[in-house]
Design a protein around this ligand. Structure first.
Ligand SMILES: [Zn+2]
Length: 158
C-alpha cells in the first residue's frame, strides 16, 4: 500500500478516536446506587448506555489496533494468511484484519458455532461483530438479548 494511502487511514483512525472519545464523555457513568425504583426507571437508559458503550469499546479497540499496526508497518496485512488486504476492502471496512477469503471462512466457522450454540442453549444469542458496527440499536428485537460473547471477544483480540 502506498504511504499516502496509509497516511489517510491513519488520519481517519485518529479522527474516529477523537470523535468517539468526545462521544464517550457524553455518556455519564450510570450509577449503580439508588433504590429499586431508580434502578427500574433507569433500566432502559442503562441498557442503551451499555449497548453504546459495548459497541464503542469494541469498535475503538479495533481502531486502536489498526493504528498500532500502522506504526508497526503491518497495516493492511491479513492476520490469518499474511496477504495484503485489498484497499477497496479497507476503504469499506478500515479496521478489517482479515482478507476477504479468510473472513469468509471465519464467518462460515462462526455460523456453525452459532448454530451449535442455538441448538444447545436458549440463553442469549450471538451477534456477529458486523451487527455491532452497523448500529444495531435500530433493530431492537435482534439486540434485546445482546451479549458480548466469547466469540465477540475473539474477534476483538484477533
Ligand atoms: Zn487471509
Amino acid at each position: 500500500m502506498e504511504k499516502a494511502t496509509i497516511e489517510q487511514f491513519k488520519n481517519l483512525f485518529l479522527e474516529i478516536l477523537s470523535e468517539e472519545e468526545v462521544f464517550e464523555g457524553k455518556l455519564a457513568p450510570t450509577s449503580l446506587e439508588g433504590d429499586e425504583v431508580d434502578i427500574v426507571s433507569h433500566e432502559k437508559a442503562n441498557q442503551m448506555d451499555f449497548r453504546l458503550k459495548a459497541r464503542n469499546a469494541i469498535y475503538l479497540n479495533k481502531v486502536r489496533k489498526s493504528l498500532q499496526k500502522i506504526e508497526e508497518g503491518t497495516f493492511g496485512e491479513c492476520e490469518e494468511c499474511g496477504v495484503e488486504i485489498s484497499t477497496q476492502r479497507l476503504l469499506a471496512r478500515p479496521t478489517a484484519n482479515l482478507c476477504i477469503k479468510c473472513k469468509e471462512s471465519e464467518e462460515k466457522a462462526e455460523n456453525q458455532l452459532i448454530n451449535r450454540n442455538r441448538a444447545s442453549s436458549k440463553v442469549g444469542r450471538v451477534l456477529p461483530i458486523e451487527h455491532l458496527e452497523k448500529g444495531f440499536h435500530k433493530d431492537q428485537t435482534a439486540t434485546s438479548d445482546f451479549h458480548v460473547s466469547h466469540l465477540d471477544y475473539q474477534d476483538i483480540v484477533g
